[in-house]
Design a protein. Structure first.
Length: 278
């Protein structure tokens, strides 16, 4: 594995590199797919900025909630883990909340925004999971098969034993889901359908793949925290799909961008020459 990358003597974590690559890829995809949903570039960039900030906060806060016992026992743990330890569902909930705030503030259709952002979010997540593989976190159960990987000494994952590469398995699924959601975004005219299928498909996948992971995670009874949240994600996705397809929830149309009127140039009056009438 390659947990870090050395560039001119500077050590860069591969997780950070893949996160940056994912954000760049997501931004490029967002610009490409924006033609399917008629928002202005300024609106998209502003909503994306809100999503990044609140998504980061959500991922961090949910991680601390999962590790609440550790936080209570050692309050300094908050500062110690400020740069590490993030939970995807926290980022998702926080990011959606940020977009909701922006949409409400500017009276724009929320579901249209979320539909547009969904494929890009999935693409960024796919690259992030590759970063998890390089870092050795989010590893799978011990199992010897054709796709098993063995991590070296010093990795987060147990070294010297064959493990299922659940990070790469999820990454492959997410790349496929990105393609599916882009196709849906291109064809579907009802706002909310793309978001619904994202919640249903990813929620079901995440619930299943969690059974094959063996890293340290929070649990709610017999289920991992992510499995517990996935149940609600799938249920919410199914409910939203029914409501938007039955027209119970109808997203308002996207307002046409207002073009600023250019000031008209005043015609200069011609001065009459002396001795000549006009």
């Amino acid at each position: 594995m390659l947990p870090t990358l050395n560039v001119f003597g500077l050590t860069i974590p591969m997780y950070g590199v893949m996160t940056a690559v994912g954000m760049l890829a997501a931004f490029l995809l967002l610009l490409k797919t924006s033609k399917y949903v008629r928002f202005t570039e300024d609106q998209i960039l502003s909503a994306a900025l809100w999503a990044i900030i609140t998504g980061f906060l959500g991922a961090k806060i949910l991680y601390w909630l999962v590790e609440i016992k550790q936080v209570i026992a050692n309050p300094h743990y908050l500062l110690e883990t400020l740069r590490e330890g993030f939970v995807f569902y926290g980022a998702l909930i926080g990011g959606l909340g940020g977009v909701a705030i922006y949409a409400a503030k500017h009276k724009l259709p929320y579901l249209a925004f979320v539909d547009l952002f969904s494929p890009s979010l999935v693409l960024a997540h796919a690259f992030g999971r590759i970063g998890c593989f390089f870092a050795g976190c989010c590893y799978g159960m011990e199992y010897d098969c054709a796709i098993s990987v063995v991590f070296p000494q010093g990795a987060v994952a147990p070294a010297g034993v064959p493990l299922l590469p659940t990070q790469l398995m999820e990454s492959a699924f997410l790349f496929l889901l990105t393609f599916v959601l882009v196709r849906l975004l291109k064809k579907e005219k009802t706002f909310g359908v793309v978001t619904s299928w994202y919640m249903i498909l990813y929620g079901a996948w995440r619930f299943a793949i969690e059974f094959f992971r063996n890293d340290e995670r929070g649990f709610v009874g017999a289920l991992s925290t992510s499995q517990f949240i996935s149940i609600f994600a799938v249920a919410a996705g199914i409910l939203l799909l029914i409501l938007v397809t039955k027209k119970v929830i109808q997203s308002p149309p996207i307002p046409e961008p207002v073009e600023e009127e250019k000031p008209k140039k005043e015609k200069k009056e011609k001065k009459s020459k002396p001795g000549k009438e006009e």
